[in-house]
Design a protein around this ligand. Structure first.
Ligand SMILES: [Zn+2]
Length: 93
């Protein structure tokens, strides 16, 4: 009976790994479809209000767009640019 319990705990890592993989793939697909998230500093408005509330300026965090690239999309862009740089800068001798 104890042997059976030991095999049960060993096999429980499989479904957890599959669940993590499904989450990662879902996040990657979401980053492809929705690459931007709202800026947290200006709450997606692109404006920063003065303490009086009567004057405003553009948000410096998002340059007034109100949108920021999501972390997964930023990693994807970095990887594709790194890959492209390796092929693009090579010159024939
Ligand atoms: Zn902002």
């Amino acid at each position: 009976m104890t042997l059976l319990a030991a095999t049960d705990t060993g096999s429980s890592a499989g479904p957890l790994l599959v669940f993590a993989l499904v989450l990662a793939i879902g996040y990657a697909v979401a980053c492809l479809i929705w690459p931007f998230r709202g800026c947290r500093r200006c709450e997606g408005t692109g404006r920063m209000l003065s303490p009086t509330g009567r004057a405003w300026r553009l948000c410096t965090h998002c340059s007034g767009t109100g949108a920021k690239l999501r972390l997964g999309r930023r990693i994807y862009n970095h990887l594709t640019r790194t890959h492209g740089r390796g092929h693009g800068t090579r010159k024939p001798r």
